[in-house]
Design a protein around this ligand. Structure first.
Ligand code: BGC
Length: 739
């Protein structure tokens, strides 16, 4: 009774209406809090459903009651969150509601393509819609907070987590970051269908040495500021409410204890006012890094560095109070952290109604809504990339007599939703490719053989698959990686299609030298497809396309939807080329155009420098022609912008979307500049025969970078510019930046 009464007092304090200043309200509650209660807000433990790592201690209900926990990870469902919230609100001394967080990465129930796939749509509206739907579904199950988006730029296909981001480019990652955040957070966090987003993993986690997860990162400050930090800055500008500090060390200092990135840059330079959560026990891991001597030390380092909340580590709860009392951590830091966390709760409306996200009716009616599934189908199709289409092998005709569908992923409804598929059901919900195809073909037209497993050396099914292939007029292979082969702790040194799948392709090609063979690929990273490109006619990269992936793939195969996705990450010729990315530096000895074989140049003696499939590459069933580029002026000044335009015409036989890309090259800089840099893109729709003019505006803002003194600015001089269908082109136009 007494506790409920206290809660009522708080309720009154906080329910004066949203117009009043949040901060004053939070200050008034903080006046009632003990130091340990403030520390309690900085603590996050796991719920009793999923876990993604070691759980250190389990007495969560007790901690909630004691006011020793501010947030929970992996606890969801209306019933589950209500039970826990009730303890916080009715049984803890101050009745402060809990925050419930979960990894809603590319959908919650309705699963969209993995994020690398989503980025290949280059469609910011679709990305925003996907995270909006994810927020609708997640919040209907009591969740307030997602640990997304992951905005780690990565040039490392060996790194399994490349699947979770938007690929290798800075500009694209910036744009995607904003789209995800707007989708998750909406325009009013107090609405029960919006959730907090979290920019992760801060920072440079995608630059792990040799692509091995959690590995060391050693990069200069220039590269940090020009490549890895910008998406996080974009996230701050988009109003992201939370950040996650990463697992990796950065130049010798773990990022969860890195004052330079967390306080100097994030707080002082960027003025971020949300809160920072650690990654899962990343604070504790500073002991293993060799940066802290014991767990007390980890708590001291992390809080002093600027990590506001300890995810799963138990070190803040156990050690911060003593550290403050001993003067090793400032009480001001605890106040700041607590205040930021309470402010987030306040913005969510939890002090107004701690149960506002807990609504049985919403839970029952929100997941897998037909309109969500329709959107997932549209987005999956837009995210797929047609890598190769010799002799217009695709689209297929429904009138084909018989098509053989062969491969371990043809009937899959388990891997198809990808690795980090939140609460997406791995059985009974996702549409397999075989099922999707059955919308287009009669059963007697569809032959099937699994052929082999994704992994392993077993070739016993190959014979049967080859014999089935011989009975068909056309062959569709559905192959790739298992969902667990990308994502966290899933780095690979071999980028080939795993197992005996390529042997199966070879055997099928040998047995059917003149038949059309289509390879549909599901995978979470760029693969080395050098062996397959000559064996098959067409390659359709569908990534892990999500709940409606099979239906979307069928739409593409039969031409109901024209492919429009383009790669956001380079596909190498082999793993030895890695890291390979489009915006590399020229070196002092680039290969000359006039003689690519000239000695003593920066090349390999066994493979060309070029990738197998370049960043920005993606085919369509129609053809697009680009006219010459027109500049409004050859001189750009500091006060005026210029425009660059091309006409793009659809000269083929299908209507289609085209992703038009703007690149520039700063020819001479006080620090060397990349050979090309994406500075804009447009996704346009052209009916067959139609022409549209695409215009980009260029201002000095687009040309800024951090120089060797770490000053952000522009330098006058010559810039090359191009508007093109992919990153594979040579510049022909120039403008000058003048004083
Ligand atoms: C991952 C994070 C994730 C967290 C919580 C960690 O292992 O690195 O991306 O948000 O677990 O599940």
């Amino acid at each position: 009774m007494k506790l409920r009464f206290l809660y009522l007092i708080l309720f009154c304090i906080f329910s004066h209406g949203f117009s009043q200043n949040y901060e004053a309200k939070v200050d008034s509650i903080m006046n009632l809090m003990t130091l340990q209660e403030k520390i309690g807000q900085t603590v996050m433990y796991g719920g009793h459903w999923d876990q993604t790592g070691p759980v250190v201690g389990t007495d969560n209900r007790k901690y909630i009651r004691e006011g020793n926990m501010g947030a929970m990870l992996n606890a969801m469902s209306v019933k589950g969150t209500r039970d826990l919230q009730k303890i916080a609100v009715e049984e803890s001394r101050l009745g402060i509601p809990l925050l419930f967080g979960y990894d809603v990465i590319h959908g919650h129930r309705t699963i969209f393509p993995i994020n690398l796939g989503l980025s290949a749509s280059w469609d910011l509206k679709m990305v925003e819609e996907s995270s909006r739907i994810a927020a609708e579904e997640a919040s209907a199950e009591g969740l307030h907070w997602t640990f997304a988006p992951m905005i780690d730029v990565s040039r490392e296909p060996r790194w399994g987590r490349i699947s979770e981001g938007a690929g290798e480019d800075v500009y694209l990652n910036n744009e995607m970051a904003k789209a995800y955040i707007i989708g998750f957070q909406g325009d009013d966090l107090s609405k029960p269908n919006t959730i907090l987003a979290c920019a992760k993993h801060y920072v440079a986690y995608g630059a792990a040495q040799a692509g091995r997860d959690y590995h060391t990162v050693n990069i200069g400050e220039g590269e940090l500021r020009n490549v890895y930090l910008p998406p996080f800055k974009a996230a701050v500008d988009a109003g992201v409410e939370t950040f996650m500090s990463a697992f990796n060390e950065l130049n010798g200092v773990p990022t969860s204890g890195n004052k330079f990135t967390l306080r100097d840059i994030l707080r002082d330079e960027w003025k971020f006012d949300g809160f920072v959560v650690s990654d899962y026990t990343s604070i504790n891991e500073m002991i293993k890094h060799g940066f802290a001597k014991d767990s007390t030390d980890t708590a001291r380092i992390a809080m002093n560095a600027g990590v506001d909340m300890d995810m799963m580590g138990h070190v803040y709860r156990l050690h911060l109070k003593k550290l403050v009392e001993e003067g090793k951590v400032s009480g001001g830091y605890i106040n700041d952290a607590c205040k930021r966390i309470l402010l987030a709760k306040y913005k969510l409306g939890l002090f107004d109604d701690p149960y506002r996200y807990i609504d049985k009716n919403r839970e029952n009616t929100t997941k897998y809504k037909p309109e969500f599934l329709a959107k997932a189908r549209e987005i999956a199709a837009a995210s797929s990339v047609l890598l190769q289409n010799k002799n217009d092998a695709l689209p297929l005709s429904k009138d084909s007599k018989k098509i053989a569908f062969i491969g371990p992923l043809v009937k899959d409804e388990y891997d198809i939703i990808g690795n980090w598929a939140a609460k997406g059901d791995r059985k009974g919900k996702a549409v397999s490719i075989f099922e999707g195809i059955s919308e287009y073909l009669n059963p007697y037209q569809m032959l099937y053989a699994k052929g082999c497993k994704i992994l392993g050396e077993d070739e016993s099914g190959l014979e049967e698959a080859v014999s089935i292939s011989k009975q068909a007029e056309e062959i569709v292979l559905v192959m790739g990686e298992g969902h667990h082969m990308s994502g966290e702790a899933a780095s690979r040194t071999n980028l080939r299609i795993p197992g005996v799948q390529t042997n199966l392709i070879k055997r099928i090609r040998e047995a059917n030298p003149n038949k059309k063979i289509i390879l549909v690929l599901m995978n979470g990273r760029p693969l080395n497809l050098s062996a397959e490109v000559d064996l098959v006619d067409a390659i359709l990269e569908v990534w892990f396309p999500g709940t409606m992936g099979g239906a979307a793939t069928a739409d593409l195969l039969f031409g109901k939807v024209n492919p429009s996705g383009k790669l956001t990450v380079t596909f190498p010729r082999n793993v030895g080329q890695v890291p390979i990315y489009y915006n590399m530096k020229n070196t002092g000895r680039p290969i000359p155009d006039y003689n690519p074989k000239e000695d003593y140049k920066s090349n390999y003696i066994d493979v060309p420098n070029t990738p197998l499939f370049a960043f920005g590459h993606g085919l369509s069933y129609t053809d697009f022609r680009y006219s010459g580029l027109v500049l409004s002026s050859k001189d750009l000044s500091f006060s005026n912008s210029i425009t660059a335009s091309v006409e793009v015409s659809n000269t083929g036989n299908y209507d289609g979307h085209e992703i038009v890309q703007l690149y520039i090259h700063d020819k001479v800089g006080s620090t060397t500049r990349p050979v090309k840099e994406l500075k804009g893109f447009r996704k346009i729709f052209l009916k067959k025969g139609e022409t549209k003019t695409v215009t980009f505006t260029i201002s000095v803002e687009d040309l800024k970078f951090y120089n060797s003194e770490m000053a952000y600015g522009v330098e006058t001089g010559e810039f090359e510019i191009a508007i093109t269908p992919s990153s594979e082109f040579k510049f022909k136009h120039i403008f000058n930046l003048i004083d």
